[in-house]
Design a protein around this ligand. Structure first.
Ligand code: ADP
Ligand code: MG
Length: 335
């Protein structure tokens, strides 16, 4: 049934990024999950990278929408348009419709899953299936998901951090918190406003986080700095100031500890056998948040378990989603 070569595709429909994997080709596109629409006609103006650059800069007649929130569809029609755009871009707008596997957060409701399947079919899939995201992440990270060995994945995305233990082809336990990359950005904006009376935009916060961010205050440096521009709240005028790596670490400190707490709680609830496996093989971090400096080391220090970052953490879920189409008969896939 699935012998259609490059007509099988896997989509990681993330809160922050959408990544498309085409069977036989690998990842063919990575773009932000953003759609720009005309507020007057509702027409799509642009999708992805181009739409992203409009955030915070749109004139009154255009709005930039992120149709996915916390991993689920927040705006159905816009999600359909976005998936349609990406399927066409990935395959070229011709011929047979693809079979599409889409990943979804673990623990979403049946209604939310159904919405993803329907949206994908309306967007042009011949048939659509969903796979749970931590499981896809584990496949993409190369973990032995089918073996009788416990693995733990922590996926730090835009909207949520998902912690899961996996063994024998299924998720044994999982926890999700709504603290991840977006929350880090919000807290950086708040911190700079409260401590420096400077209002910066979300894209600026994101840049600071990626360039000089640190998950650990101890390992952050006060001398590693970056200039940022924003609006001075006292004068109302544009102003530049220097922000340090330590500032970012302080801004996101509480979020980092919430993530650590979630990992600890998941470990505490894990059976002794799986715990022992996790101690031996370590925890694997995936998702864009895995790239936050010092995050792996601080999780390791706090849990006393070795932690590694997956190769290509941003792509793991898409790779695992795409690869899972090959073994659809053995995996527990929802239709
Ligand atoms: P999602 O699956 O929710 O779409 P991703 O796994 O694509 O999320 O990760 C996106 C998040 O990762 C964003 O919040 C982004 O800011 C963050 N991110 C990407 N690169 C880095 C980095 N180098 N350091 C810290 N955070 C990063
Ligand atoms: Mg993700």
């Amino acid at each position: 049934m699935f012998g259609f070569g490059s007509k099988n595709i896997g989509i990681d429909l993330g809160t922050a990024n959408t990544i498309v994997y085409v069977d036989g080709k690998g990842i063919v596109l990575r773009e932000p999950s953003v759609v720009a629409k005309s507020t007057k006609t509702g027409e799509i103006v642009s999708v992805g990278t181009e739409a992203q650059s409009m955030i915070g800069r749109t004139p009154g007649s255009i709005e930039a929408i992120r149709p996915m929130k916390d991993g689920v569809i927040a705006d159905y029609d816009t999600t359909v348009s976005m998936i349609k755009h990406y399927i066409e871009k990935a395959l070229g707008n011709r011929g047979t419709k693809p079979y599409v596997m889409v990943c979804v957060p673990s623990g979403i409701t049946a209604v939310e899953k159904r919405a993803v399947i329907d949206a994908t079919k309306v967007a042009g899939a011949k048939d659509a299936y969903v796979i749970e995201e931590p499981f896809a992440a584990a496949i993409g990270a190369g973990l032995p998901v089918m073996d009788p060995t416990g693995s733990m994945v922590v996926d730090i995305g835009g909207g949520t951090t998902d912690v899961a233990t996996i063994s024998l082809g299924g998720i044994v336990s999982s926890k999700s918190v709504r603290i991840a990359g977006d929350k880090f950005n919000e807290d950086i904006v708040t911190y700079i406003r409260q401590n420096y009376n400077l209002l910066i935009g979300e894209p600026t916060a994101e840049k600071l986080k990626k360039n000089i961010g640190s998950a650990s205050e101890v390992k952050a440096s006060e001398t590693e700095t970056e200039m940022v521009r924003g609006r001075d709240l006292l004068t109302g005028l544009p102003k530049s100031i220097e922000i340090s790596s330590l500032d970012i670490a302080r801004a996101i400190h509480e979020d980092v500890y919430e993530i650590i707490k979630t990992v600890k709680e998941t470990l505490e609830e894990t059976s002794p056998e799986i715990s022992a496996d996790v101690i031996d093989y370590g925890i694997v971090l995936t998702g864009g948040g895995a790239l936050l400096r010092n995050l792996s080391s601080i999780i390791s220090e706090e849990t006393k378990v070795p932690v590694t970052i997956a190769n290509e953490p941003l792509d793991c879920v898409a790779i695992g989603t795409g690869e899972s189409l090959k073994s659809i008969n053995v995996l527990k896939i929802d239709k």
